[in-house]
Each structure stands twice: as structure tokens, then as C-alpha cells.
Design a protein around this ligand. Structure first.
Ligand code: IPD
Ligand code: CA
Ligand code: CA
Length: 286
């Protein structure tokens, strides 16, 4: 999936279609968000299943997914739906909704309040609209390709460059790929020694939204999925930040290895990530 800056939303999506997409996404996200908030606050019994090692899904992930996909399906019956907890629903390959109904499931299970709903729309291989919603703080981050990004309707400013020693960064641990822990920790140490601090909050979608909002200056993680990053990456691009994979290409939706930040922080992270780049290359045998 390409994500260059050459085409904006107007040339990819009819304004009426964009308006309906925005309306539909907001309705769906707020509905899912209300359910997450209610279940988070009630702390009642929660059905949790294991999808694999250290990988969980709850009844709330699934209910939110149903709510969101039903809304989208109703408004856009011919669009493809790609969502975390179910197989892809293939329709038109040109219009693809990319949905993470609950980003931060482990946080949710533990009552740790960093959780998001992430929805993006890609048209002809480009992400054109994206939403990241924090239902516990009621913050809606929205981006429309070529039209900027906002938080609760307030435009986000273009990212400023921060001296490295003042920069606060975010990351995700490779908890599903523990064989990469050693090179990950080498990178972590190198980065940590040069910046003001590093946070690991447990929701990649919120991490990216926080980069766009200037709350952290950069982010990196290994092996994410399109639904973790599609909306957040557009938010960052719309405020002049840079998002690439570990090889400085735009294939992060395919390979999941993402580096993001203001221009200088992104450059710094790309350089420091070399041990991970080397190890991933070695493992892929190329
Ligand atoms: C996870 C979160 C987490 C990241 C994981 C993701 P999920 O998403 O974004 O921060 O480290 O790699 O899978 O499973 O809670 O939707
Ligand atoms: Ca996720
Ligand atoms: Ca999820």
C-alpha cells in the first residue's frame, strides 16, 4: 500500500462520499467507545480468549467490531472491510476500511486506561481518512489526507523539531516476538541514553496519535498490523511528520515495522534501529 503525498482526498474520494465516510466513522467509533467506557468502568466479569501466546481478545473487542462493521457495511455495502478479529470481507478492492475495534486489549483487561478505537479508509492503496478515538478521555483524533488533522475539532499544529535531549519517545515491546528482544533492547538502550524519556503505554494507535499531537516526538515498534497503524500514520503525515518502515520505505502497512516522528527524530530513530534492521534481514534470509 503506497502512502506518498502526491494525491489528496479530493482526487480520490468524492466530497459527498467523504462526508458520509466521516459521519459513519464517527457514529461507529462513538458507539464502540461508549461500550468500551461502560465495560471499563463497571469492571464486571469479562470473557477473555487467548488467540496465541500473549495475545488476547475479549467479548468487548468482538462487540465493538460488530458495531463498527455493521455501520460501515450499511453505509458502504461495496467496500472491503479489514478488521482485526475476523477474516477480511472482500468487496471492491479500491475502497478498504481498516479497523481496530479496541487497541490496547491487554490494557483493557487490566483496567489500565490507555485504549483506543482506530478506523481508517484507504482508497486505491492510499489512506485518505483516519480516526483514533480515546473513549476514556473522550479525545477524537481525525485526519483527512491533504486537509490536516485535528483533536476534538481543534486543528493539530505542524510538528516542531525538538532537541533530542528534550524529546519524549514512545515504543512498543516485541512481546509476540521475544526472539527479537535482545536487538530490541540494544536499540532501546542506545535511544534511551540520548533522549529525555521513553514511554510504553500499550496502544500503538494512541502512541501514533500522540506523536501527531506533539505529546511525544517519535515512536517505533516491530511487527504491527495495518489496523494498529493506518489511522495514526495518516495523522502524523498530516502534521508534517515522517512515517516509514525500518528501511525508510512506505511498506510499514505490509511489514509492520514502523518508525515515526518529526523529521529529525525520525532520522535519529532510523539510524539507531540498525541492530533490529540487521536481525530482521538475517532472519528473513535476504
Ligand atoms: C496492540 C497494541 C500494543 C502493541 C501491540 C498491538 P491490540 O494492539 O497496539 O501497543 O504493542 O503490538 O498488537 O492487540 O491491543 O489491538
Ligand atoms: Ca491493535
Ligand atoms: Ca485490537
Amino acid at each position: 500500500m503506497k502512502d506518498g503525498r502526491c494525491q489528496d482526498t479530493d482526487s480520490l474520494l468524492h466530497p459527498q462520499e467523504a462526508k458520509l465516510a466521516r459521519h459513519t466513522a464517527r457514529l461507529a467509533i462513538f458507539e464502540a467507545g461508549a461500550l468500551i467506557r461502560e465495560k471499563f468502568q463497571s469492571r464486571g466479569p469479562l470473557a477473555v480468549e487467548s488467540k496465541g501466546a500473549f495475545d488476547f481478545v475479549t467479548e468487548v473487542d468482538r462487540s465493538c467490531e460488530d458495531l463498527i462493521l455493521n455501520r460501515i457495511r450499511k453505509a458502504f455495502p461495496d467496500h472491503t472491510l479489514m478488521s482485526e478479529e475476523r477474516p477480511i470481507e472482500n468487496h471492491s478492492p479500491s475502497h478498504v476500511w481498516i479497523v481496530d475495534p479496541l487497541d490496547g486489549t491487554t490494557n483493557f483487561i487490566h483496567g489500565f486506561p490507555m485504549i483506543a478505537v482506530s478506523v481508517a479508509l484507504a482508497v486505491r492503496g492510499r489512506i485518505v481518512m483516519g480516526w483514533v478515538f480515546d473513549p476514556l478521555r473522550h479525545e477524537l483524533f481525525e485526519a483527512c489526507r491533504g486537509h490536516g488533522a485535528s483533536c476534538n475539532g481543534r486543528p493539530l499544529e505542524v510538528l516542531r523539531e525538538t532537541p533530542l535531549e528534550q524529546a519524549l519517545l514512545a515504543t512498543g515491546f516485541p512481546f509476540r516476538a521475544k526472539e527479537l528482544l535482545e536487538p530490541y533492547l540494544r536499540v532501546f538502550k542506545e535511544v534511551f541514553c540520548e533522549v529525555s524519556g521513553i514511554r510504553r503505554a500499550g496502544s500503538a494507535a494512541l502512541d501514533l496519535a500522540y506523536v501527531a499531537a506533539g505529546r511525544v516526538q517519535g515512536f517505533w515498534e516491530i511487527g504491527l498490523k495495518p489496523w494498529d497503524v493506518a489511522a495514526g500514520a495518516l495523522l502524523i503525515r498530516e502534521v508534517g511528520g515522517t512515517v516509514t518502515d525500518f528501511w525508510a520505505t512506505e511498506s510499514y502497512l505490509e511489514n509492520g515495522h514502523i518508525v515515526a516522528g518529526s523529521t529529525s527524530v525520525h532520522r535519529f530513530l532510523l539510524e539507531k534501529i540498525e541492530p533490529l534492521r540487521g536481525e530482521l534481514k538475517r532472519r528473513s534470509g535476504s
